[in-house]
Design a protein around this ligand. Structure first.
Ligand code: ASP
Length: 329
């Protein structure tokens, strides 16, 4: 234990300690072998409650975390009232709803799609990339053709309401005669992490991305290591918020690495958020948040600004939890 604390201080605070990650992770998993494993699922924002309920149906009967995190976020992807995930999501500046998603399992296998249009379940396409190709990531037309070839259900986008909102936005932008601004009110990716009864971790992440983004823009959400990262030996993390800032610090990977060296999920999320803050001179509108879970099923969350929350479900609880934060709006 003393040794673990020493390594933890080296990683989090002093930053100069030379160490062997493998030895440390062996040490940590040895300590954790004694703790009971419970299935648990967490996901970002209020839409996480419905998504967790679907994931829980898999977990409660002893199903695998990878199936739970796919089934869970599929609920959000087809919720047509949701303007930040799936086919009901807000479009880019040219009126196209382009979807990003990724998934990662307990064997470090991963799949991802980006800039995908007109497909109902990007997360399932990401899983098919993981399971049926030699690749990790497919984008745009190639991703669409792959999805069609695999028989995934199509869907016409944008919805009428979304198109009407977009037209209004275009008019307002023209009137203001300025470059479109990213709008932090209009984002809310779903990222989900689950641990199953076997103690295996998996994660998923799916979004329509930043509302009215520049055409061609891809955020953090489909980028393994940024929007999502899972290392079944250590833990998992996922992100929401301004994707560009999350990519700059390889956010979710950073959180998992902090846990590898002994940080709790909460400490790890705080460390990543503080790094984002340090790397940006101007934090105006720059909201980012992380949730994380370790091999014990312990959970942490933190964001730059207040307002970020996540949904948690296990045998005893089904609740929304407010994340800690560094700044107030
Ligand atoms: N991270 C997403 C993106 O940058 C936005 C979000 O979390 O809502 O596309």
């Amino acid at each position: 234990m003393e040794r673990r604390r020493f390594f933890k201080m080296g990683f989090l605070g002093l930053g100069v300690t030379v160490f062997n990650p493998k030895k440390i992770s062996e040490l940590i998993s040895h300590e954790e072998n004694s703790s009971a494993i419970v299935p648990r699922v967490v996901s970002t924002w209020n839409h996480g409650i419905a998504a967790n309920a679907a994931a829980w149906e898999v977990l409660m009967i002893g199903g695998k975390a990878i199936d739970a995190v796919e089934k869970g976020v599929m609920v959000t992807e087809v919720d047509l009232t949701n303007r930040s995930v799936g086919i009901g999501g807000r479009p880019d500046a040219s009126g196209h709803v382009t979807l990003d998603a990724c998934i990662m399992d307990d064997r470090s296998r991963c799949g991802s799609v980006a800039y995908l249009e007109g497909i109902k379940h990007p997360i399932s396409v990401a899983r098919a990339v993981m399971e049926t190709t030699q690749h990790v990531m497919l984008v745009g037309k190639g991703a669409y053709e792959f999805a069609c070839g695999q028989g995934f259900e199509k869907s016409k986008t944008p919805l009428k309401e979304v198109k009407d909102d977009w037209k209004k936005w275009v008019k307002e932008e023209k009137e203001k005669a300025k470059r479109p601004e990213i709008n932090h009110e209009n984002h809310d990716t779903i990222g989900m992490i689950a641990i199953d009864a076997q103690g295996n971790l998996s994660g998923s992440c799916t979004t329509s991305g930043w509302a009215y983004k520049m055409p061609g823009r891809v955020g953090d959400s489909p980028i393994i290591g940024a929007g999502l990262f899972v290392d079944n030996e250590v833990g998992a993390a996922c992100a929401t918020g301004l994707g560009e800032a999350i990519i700059r610090i390889a956010g979710s990977h950073t959180v998992v690495e902090a846990m590898r060296y002994g940080a709790s999920p909460q400490e790890a999320c705080e460390m990543a958020v503080k790094r984002i803050i340090e790397k940006h001179d101007d934090l105006t509108g720059l909201q980012c948040g992380f949730i994380a879970m370790n091999k014990k099923g312990e959970v942490g969350a933190y964001s730059v600004y207040n307002g970020f929350n996540y949904a948690l479900k296990d045998n005893e609880r089904e609740e929304m939890v407010d994340a800690g934060f560094d700044r107030s709006w």
